[in-house]
Ligand binder design. Structure first.
Ligand SMILES: C[S@@+](CC[C@H](N)C(=O)[O-])C[C@H]1O[C@@H](n2cnc3c(N)ncnc32)[C@H](O)[C@@H]1O
Length: 312
């Protein structure tokens, strides 16, 4: 991603979050600062607190957002740490919170980060610099645990066969590179057909999600983020695959106060109360023109909600 790459669904993000200005804008995944720059540029009343777990991305964001001077503060952190960060740094509840989930092109396109089966590199896949790498997982987990990761996070139908092949392969020495892992998958699934999804796609997605605890991060982030917003404040989340989007959709529906009592009860017993009003009944998706210009945008889904007035 070049420093001036247009961020995914930029105009929709601005349209959904701008009405909450003026106030504190938290970009929980500031990445290279594309959305942050668009929002700071759209409304002079926004001040930014930008988070990212990737220190390298933060340095690039710092460069890109330099022109906004002291309206910008950047912190290296996981977004599940948002309540602590706000308690330490924010003088007021946020007016808007954005999360643009997943990896940046900076991460995906750098062979040294080990996210891509198309580029040979160390089997790492960490967005930050702490915790176990993908190599640690594939070389230490047992077949059952590997199978569960591939099945749950990659929706890989041949999860069992691939897990077994990994365990067999590492008897000859640890797997250390992306190419070695891609070759094991290809041995099981075949080379795939030109123009189709690469056979290792689901295995790499699964390991990346496990290495970074991506779904756990989203689960721990969403409700505290809503709770942190000021009344009338807005949350927008962009997801890139169904596992992420399902968590976002279900959490926002629950926080919308939909009663979850079994049908037929004369009065509500679940005590559902509304914390948010949904701003997107259906997810916002990119236009054909945006998809053509940016293939990565193809699977993006944007959902947004507004904190209900007077219920903070
Ligand atoms: C798709 S990119 C964001 C791009 C950004 N919106 C822009 O316009 O440049 C996602 C970013 O989120 C970061 N990230 C992913 N999970 C995170 C987490 N749990 N906590 C903090 N940052 C995270 C990644 O390191 C990456 O830089």
């Amino acid at each position: 991603m070049s420093a001036h790459h247009v961020p995914v669904l930029r105009d929709s993000v601005v349209a959904l979050l701008r009405p909450s200005a003026p106030g504190l804008l938290v970009d929980a995944t500031v990445g290279l600062g594309g959305h942050a720059a668009a929002l700071l540029g759209a409304d002079p009343g926004f001040r930014l607190l930008g988070l990212d777990r990737d220190g390298e991305a933060l340095e690039l964001a710092r460069e890109r957002l330099r022109g906004y001077g002291n309206r910008v503060r950047l912190v290296r952190a996981r977004f599940s740490e948002l309540p602590r960060i706000l308690a330490e740094l924010a003088e007021e509840p946020p007016a808007a919170i954005l999360a643009d989930l997943g990896c940046s092109s900076l991460q995906l396109d750098d062979p040294g980060r080990g996210f891509s089966f198309r580029l040979d590199g160390p089997l790492d896949m960490r967005m930050g610099s702490e915790g176990p790498t993908a190599a640690d997982l594939v070389n230490s987990l047992d077949e059952e645990e590997l199978m569960r990761i591939l099945w749950n996070f990659g929706e890989e139908r041949r999860a069992r066969a691939i897990a077994r092949a990994i365990v067999d392969r590492r008897k000859g020495g640890p797997l250390t590179t992306t190419r070695e892992l891609a070759e094991v998958v290809i041995q099981v699934l075949g080379p795939g057909r030109r123009g189709r999804v690469h056979p290792a796609t689901r295995t790499f997605q699964a390991l990346r999600i496990a290495v970074n605890d991506e779904l756990g991060e989203i689960e721990r982030f969403l409700e505290p983020a809503v709770d942190a917003l000021r009344p009338g404040g807005r949350l927008a989340v962009i997801s890139f695959h169904s596992l992420e989007d399902r968590i976002v959709k279900h959490t926002l529906r629950r926080l919308e106060g939909r009663c979850t009592c079994p049908p037929g009860l004369p009065v509500c017993r679940c005590g559902a109360t509304a914390k948010v009003r949904l701003l997107t009944r259906r997810p916002v998706t990119p236009s054909p023109a945006e998809e053509a210009a940016n293939p990565r945008a193809r699977s993006a889904r944007l959902r947004a909600a507004e904190r209900v007035e007077g219920d903070a």
